[in-house]
Design a binder for this molecule. Sequence first.
Ligand code: BGC
Length: 252
Amino acid sequence: MKHSEILGIDIGATGIKGAPVDIMKGELTAGRYKLDTPASGKPKDVVKVVAELVDKFGWTGPVGFGFPGVIQHGVAKTSANLDNDFIGVNLRDLFHETLGLPTYVANDADVAGMAEIAHGRGRGVMATVLMITIGTGLGSALFRDGVLIPNTEFGHLLYKKSVFEHYASNRARKEKKMSWLEWGRQFTIYLNHLNLLLSPDLFILGGGISKKFDLWKTHIKVPVPITDAMLRNDAGIIGAAMYAASKIPASL
Ligand code: BGC
């Protein structure tokens, strides 16, 4: 492969972080930068921060992005935790025009899952693996024998008067000042619901909260093995770069 190093950028509701990634090893090759997501959450402001991040690395090669919404053929179809102005925007084109570099965009949880499947806890697991990223939202990435079914959006399954994301995300835990036990109960209901629907063989639990897995794992009661994401919160950056690597045409 011509591009052994690709810049991965993980766009989140609170932070936009990035780093160059060694695609074969699935490792960051330099320290990551994190900039605040602009309060407006609007495309015109987000692209400015993205450009600043790319500049910090003096990057001139391909860039892969994870975005917190449904992405089909480069176009954002939803935007639950950023501004609705993103809906209908071709992000691949927007980033390409702004940066003047080859750009590739996919859902943030899907790419984080790709990284865990290739280099983390899902490596070599020939079964149904469901990665859940726990942050401002609840992201999902479903794999069967290592193959991704993209844009599953299981954080938006209906629950009570809303969706699970509003009860079991890390944002819900913080906003409702839940103890680990209280949040664990909510998250247990969520994982059991997913188990009922999908019968996964393994749950991989990622997002920033995975760093604290030891504090909450005992509160999760589900009859399926659970594990924390080995690549922690870098899975999104690594996966974004891996996604780009998988899409770069041979001629580039
Ligand atoms: C979005 C998903 C995203 C998840 C994690 C949800 O609100 O709808 O697309 O993967 O948050 O960022």
